[in-house]
Design a binder for this molecule. Structure first.
Ligand code: C2E
Ligand code: MG
Ligand code: MG
Ligand code: MG
Length: 292
């Protein structure tokens, strides 16, 4: 008994835990002003087809605080979710992404590009979500068919009826949906079939060891087969090496994203990359040498 009490009191005054609570509180306070202080920015990570051509990019949010420096999304997105700050932040990301799509739509070299925007659960569940997306599209003149919204398995399965209704409402405008981090959750085929999805994103964890873990290769193969049967496109995320890309290509994966092709980068660097991508020859030469 005394031991238990001791453990509890220890836990209560655990300095590490206390620091964590304080950090979260400090970050939450700082995050409140991040938009108005101009500390948030979109980075763009290219998505390429089998020939190395850019299809578009995933939008990844970056927060640079004058004192805390670069705070990674893995740290501030959960705080934004818990505090509700994800609502204004998520809306800002959508507006910025749509503005970019609108600008790209005016140039013949860029009008084919798509942007994939991550949507968090709290944002998606908000009753105004559909009208928020429509408003962002209308204000910016972005072609709705160039906007892809990334949802996670846990998000879509939480309330399937609400999910399907919102997805269908946006589908009618031409907006498409990708299922992010696919394979890490518990989606059943029956549920997936009901969702008006366009794409599955194979989670980085399966891509990472695809060359050395036959089990991971089998999972990827199964996902690709399933996607094909459901009429869905597949993209592999987190592709870092040629060997991974080759293994994926052998399994008929045709769309890729990862450091091998490009890191998430600010708009100016991304547009420079677009104008002068690494030569398809150097990226894909090995594919020609290996029988597929
Ligand atoms: P995600 O949507 O699965 O995004 C992919 C993450 O993998 C990004 O991390 C990206 O930088 C990283 N990545 C891409 N290629 C590679 C690779 O080849 N190797 C490795 N090791 N990593 C790679 P990031 O930017 O730190 O974002 C982390 C997560 O934060 C995202 O995961 C997403 O869930 C969330 N997030 C980012 N931006 C937003 C946003 O605007 N809204 C919301 N709701 N969530 C966001
Ligand atoms: Mg994503
Ligand atoms: Mg992902
Ligand atoms: Mg992820």
């Amino acid at each position: 008994q005394a031991k238990n009490a001791g453990r509890n009191s220890y836990r209560l005054f655990d300095p590490a835990l206390q620091a964590d609570v304080e950090t979260r509180a400090a970050l939450e306070t700082a995050l409140r002003d991040a938009i108005s202080e101009g500390q948030l920015a979109l980075h763009f990570q290219v998505q390429v087809d089998h020939g190395g051509q850019a299809l578009g990019a995933e939008v990844l949010l970056r927060w640079e605080h004058p004192v805390y420096g670069h705070v990674p999304p893995a740290q501030f997105i959960p705080i934004a979710e818990a505090s509700g700050l994800i609502l204004p932040i998520g809306e800002w990301v959508l507006q910025q992404a749509c503005a970019q799509l609108g600008a790209w739509a005016e140039q013949s070299q860029t009008r084919h590009l798509e942007l994939a925007v991550n949507v968090s659960a709290r944002q998606f569940r908000h009753p105004d979500f559909v009208s928020q997306v429509c408003e962002a599209l209308k204000q910016s003149g972005a072609p709705p068919t160039r906007l892809v919204l990334e949802l996670t398995e846990s998000l879509v399965l939480h309330d399937v009826a609400d999910t399907v209704a919102k997805m269908q409402a946006l589908r009618r405008h031409g907006v498409r949906f990708a299922l992010d981090d696919f394979g890490t959750g518990y989606s059943s085929l029956a549920h997936l079939r009901r969702l008006p999805l366009h794409q599955l994103k194979i989670d980085r964890s399966f891509v990472q060891d695809i060359v050395i873990e036959p089990g991971d290769a089998a999972i990827v193969q199964t996902i690709i087969g399933m996607a094909r049967n459901l009429g869905l496109s597949v993209i592999a995320e987190g592709v870092e090496t040629q060997a991974q890309r080759l293994a994926l290509q052998r399994l008929d994966c045709t769309v890729f994203q990862g450091f091998l092709f490009g890191r998430p980068q600010p708009l100016s660097a991304f547009e420079t990359w677009l104008a002068q991508p690494p030569t398809p020859i150097s990226l894909f030469a090995t594919a020609l040498a290996v029988p597929l």
